[in-house]
Design a protein around this ligand. Structure first.
Ligand code: NDP
Ligand code: 2IT
Length: 449
């Protein structure tokens, strides 16, 4: 663990005491605090104004009951969350996660990260996150719809296009956003398109939003490689996950001439050394909502391994963790380094453990941290909101061009910030400091609120 000064250590201790048992939140806070010392020394006014202390305390936390009826007529109860973390730069913005592991510690870590990520996009967005411990796996479409309607029946009073704008995350995709939007419209009698992002293309959604996080990840990884006289062309890539982020990262990587040799879901991974057939993955995961193990039925040359985390033992040039938090630990990082990995790009939120990140940074592996690397999703959400505000819809090329520009600008900003603070190449530090400065300066401007 990196050492931090007494002031930050005290803040860390208080964070643990006030948010008991919320390990993921402690981890996300610690990771940021470990890089802030130089910027706090340079600008003592941040400490005087209690910026760090205020940043760690969400502005508002909403927890609610979500009752719904299953197909057998049995009443079920889940817990809903929305954490409105920080509104210094704009209205709260961030996704909704439906997964049985969701509790306040997960939503708070995601909301905290979101605040910094959104700052990096350069768009006027605050940070927030929400979700539920609802498990969509094995549920019928009707059950998911009833759940979404019940969830929105409480959430609607807390959100709005100028207040808080949710979107998707794990377990929440276009289908769920449709059900949520329908219920919001029904309750409020307003076609308020800008209240949710990730909508259908014919009713206020933006082209490229579906692809945006995965494409954005590849754009920033390519930028990072080119800055180091290299490129994705001809590289072998391992991608964990096979959801929204993983699939579109694979799509763009293939377009740029790379080969994807392995992908996974929460049960296991498939290894196809000649290159994964992405159309088959899309069919299994997007259309049929089945298990990735099915891939080997269609492609007998590929092998299936029923242990997701073992995916990192496969020899590759580039590793893209795109599934979930803490999916890449020190042992996995060690095998990647031993196999000569060149670069890591974090598509998921906080996928690498602190020990894994330390190992990558110490071995000078090019490492694009989540806050920057997966910001393409929320950046394109901002483009969706812009189109909604203008009552307009843009072409695929126009949105894609803007997304590429944003990802390049993020790379430039975080690498320049790392250099400015004498940590050349340390992109996690660059991302933390650059985003912290933006949010902190806005908070200073707005007084003690
Ligand atoms: P999806 O629900 O579309 O896909 C999630 C994928 O990760 C699935 O393949 C799933 O497997 C796997 N997965 C989920 N939980 C676990 C787990 N506990 N262990 C192992 N594998 C798991 O989600 P997204 O692709 O949207 O999100 C993936 C990551 O990217 C998350 O960290 C999310 O926060 C982050 N992200 C998403 C953005 C977006 O716009 N959607 C934007 C920025 C970041 P299975 O099918 O078995 O459930
Ligand atoms: O983690 C994320 O950035 C997202 N899930 C997307 C958030 C958004 O509002 O588009």
């Amino acid at each position: 663990m990196v050492k931090i000064n007494n002031y930050l250590e005290k803040i860390m201790k208080k964070t643990r005491e006030r948010n008991k048992g919320e390990q993921e939140f402690h981890q996300a806070v610690r990771e940021v605090l470990e890089t802030l010392e130089p910027v706090l020394e340079k600008k003592p006014e941040y400490r005087k104004a209690g910026i760090v202390e205020r940043l760690i305390e969400p502005e508002r936390q909403i927890v609610f009951r979500v009752p719904w009826m299953d197909d057998q007529g049995q009443t079920r109860i889940n817990r809903g969350f929305r954490v409105e973390f920080n509104s210094a730069l704009g209205p709260y913005k961030g996704g909704l996660r439906f997964h049985p592991s969701v509790y306040s510690g997960i939503i708070k870590f995601l909301g905290f990260e979101q605040t910094f990520k959104n700052a990096l996009t350069g768009r006027p967005l605050g940070g927030g996150k929400g979700g539920s411990d609802f498990n969509p796996k094995g549920k019928s479409r009707e059950e998911v719809m009833r759940f979404c309607q019940s969830f929105m029946t409480e959430l609607y009073r807390h959100i709005g296009e100028k207040t808080d704008i949710p979107a998707g995350d794990i377990g929440v995709g276009g289908r769920e956003i449709g059900f949520l939007f329908g219920q919001y419209k029904r309750i409020t009698n307003r076609f308020e398109a800008g209240v949710l992002t990730g909508k259908g293309i014919d009713w206020g959604g933006s082209l490229v939003r579906t692809e945006a996080t995965g494409y954005g990840l590849i754009y920033i990884v390519e930028e990072m490689l080119q800055d180091n006289d290299n490129s994705l062309s001809g590289k072998e890539i391992v991608i964990s996950g096979s959801g929204n982020v993983a699939i579109y990262a694979a799509e763009k990587a293939l377009e740029l001439g790379a080969r994807v040799t392995a992908m996974s879901d929460s049960d296991g991974f498939v290894h196809d050394p000649e290159g994964i057939n992405l159309a088959a993955i899309k069919e299994i995961k997007e259309e049929k909502r089945n298990r990735i193990s099915e891939y080997t039925d269609m492609h007998p040359r590929a092998s299936y391994h029923p242990e997701s985390s073992e995916i990192w033992t496969i020899d590759c040039d580039i590793a893209l963790p795109c599934a979930t938090q803490n999916e890449l630990d020190e042992k996995s990082a060690q095998s990647l380094v031993e196999n000569g990995v060149l670069a890591i790009g974090e598509g998921a939120n906080m996928p690498s453990t602190p020990e894994a990140i330390e190992l990558f940074v110490n071995h000078d592996i090019h490492f694009a941290p989540a806050k920057a690397a997966n910001a393409g999703g929320v950046a394109t959400s901002a483009l969706e909101m812009t189109q909604n505000g203008m009552w307009d819809s843009w072409s695929f090329e126009r949105v894609d061009e803007k997304l590429q520009r944003i990802m390049k600008d993020i790379y430039k900003l975080i690498s320049a910030t790392a250099r400015k603070y004498n940590m050349e190449g340390n992109l996690p530090a660059g991302a933390n400091i650059a985003s912290f400065e933006k949010v902190a300066d806005a908070m200073l401007d707005q007084g003690v609120v």
